[in-house]
Design a protein around this ligand. Structure first.
Ligand code: FES
Ligand code: FE2
Length: 380
């Protein structure tokens, strides 16, 4: 498939599907064993290979916009401390003191000149260097240079801080993202501000992700909400390495057919969903607002949690702007929490019943097919 970043080309593809009643398809249906959703051994293998050894979208750059800004958050089971140094570089550390392992910084966010351990007051600067040992003359010899915070391989790109969660594994974000980096850069996420953020429980990781990767359920599950604005089961699908972009069309798409192509503002007729493997989704892009979803597998195959962040291209100031941001938030949050996730929890509850040995993934669900093939490929 081509990598489409030209919205005119996307609209041409969408209009063709509209006229012909078609959608982008995988070559055939795919049988997926239900064990892939349930088996704990398989889960541990995949979690280790995919989530702990490959780059993850840990934080949005705007969450630590200024030097000294930090976020301390348990992420995929790892206690992380993300801090922007006075050199402007965002670094990702394990939030664990190098003396005897106390949690260095309480979970949360803020701005701090340095971090002092609550146990014996060892102090680290914003670049992770050990700068203070309480009662140093009594403690004995320590090589401070070797006892800085444990730093993870990380890079900032496209307004996102990416890190690989296993200490000592070096990864390169350009290798990982490939052409997806440019696609993400076009969104200018780094210039956005966080309007609001929350974390909600979600079903098992794969059940949850499946709901983000197809448009087949759109007109049923979201009949009274999203489906009023966008067309279900009609997908323009682009695979970009491990990643993918799903383009859906707004219901006003037919208007484009009557306009000369030179006059098209095609972006106003499309809704794109950026799916960065394995769990970072940017969707619901409307009027300068974005829904960013980070789906974080839990301690077992059957549970996850989702961080939902509403980003705004510019901080809503007027009461009209705030009302628009709140309306976007409600629409996006509700569609996921009240419409998608109850279906997902239902699937989760029935997985072990023995009703299905396999799920059949349709030709019209090419995003799921690519996702599950990528999981298998990277965890083999
Ligand atoms: S564990 Fe942090 S100073 Fe002792
Ligand atoms: Fe949905």
């Amino acid at each position: 498939m081509t990598i489409a970043n030209d919205t005119t080309e996307l609209a041409v593809r969408a209009l063709k599907h509209l006229a012909e009643g078609t959608t982008d398809q995988a070559p055939q249906t795919l049988d997926l064993p239900v064990a892939a959703y349930l088996d704990e051994e398989c889960y541990q293998r995949e979690f280790d290979a995919i989530f702990l050894r490959r780059p993850q979208a840990v934080l949005l750059s705007t969450e630590v916009a200024e030097p000294g800004d930090y976020v301390a958050r348990t992420f995929l089971g790892k206690p992380l401390l993300v801090v922007r140094g006075k050199d402007g570089v965002a670094r990702v550390f394990l939030n664990v003191c190098r003396h005897r392992g106390a949690r260095l910084c309480p979970e949360g966010s803020g701005r701090a000149p340095r971090f002092t351990c609550p146990y014996h007051a060892w102090t680290y600067d914003r670049e992770g260097k050990l700068v203070g040992v309480l009662g140093a003359s009594t403690f004995g010899e320590v090589d401070k240079a070797k006892l800085g915070l444990t730093e993870l391989s990380s890079q900032e790109a496209a307004g996102v801080i990416w890190a690989t969660l296993t200490p000592g594994i070096e990864t390169d974000i350009d290798d990982w993202l490939g052409a997806m980096r440019h696609q993400l850069e076009l969104l200018r996420l780094g210039e956005c501000v966080v309007f609001t953020q929350r974390t909600i429980p979600s079903p098992g990781w794969k059940v949850t992700m499946d709901g983000y990767l197809e448009a087949y359920h759109h007109d049923t599950v979201h009949a009274a909400t999203l489906s009023q604005h966008t067309i279900g089961n009609m997908l323009v699908h682009d695979i970009i390495g491990h990643h993918q972009i799903l383009t859906m069309s707004r219901r006003n798409l037919p208007e484009l057919a009557s306009l000369p192509e030179a006059e098209w503002q095609a972006g106003n007729y499309l809704r794109r969903i950026y799916a960065v493997f394995p769990n970072f989704q940017i969707s619901g892009i409307v009027g300068g607002y974005f829904l960013v979803s980070q789906i974080l597998p839990g301690e077992c195959a059957t549970r996850s949690e989702t961080i939902q962040t509403i980003l705004a291209a510019k901080k809503p100031e007027t009461s009209e702007d705030v009302a628009a941001a709140e309306a976007f938030r409600d629409m996006a949050f509700n569609a996921v929490e009240l419409e998608d996730y109850p279906i997902g929890f239902g699937i989760q509850a029935g997985l072990a019943s023995g009703a299905n040995e396999h799920f059949v993934i349709g030709r019209n669900e090419p995003g799921l097919q690519h996702y599950h093939k990528t999981v298998a490929e990277l965890s083999a």
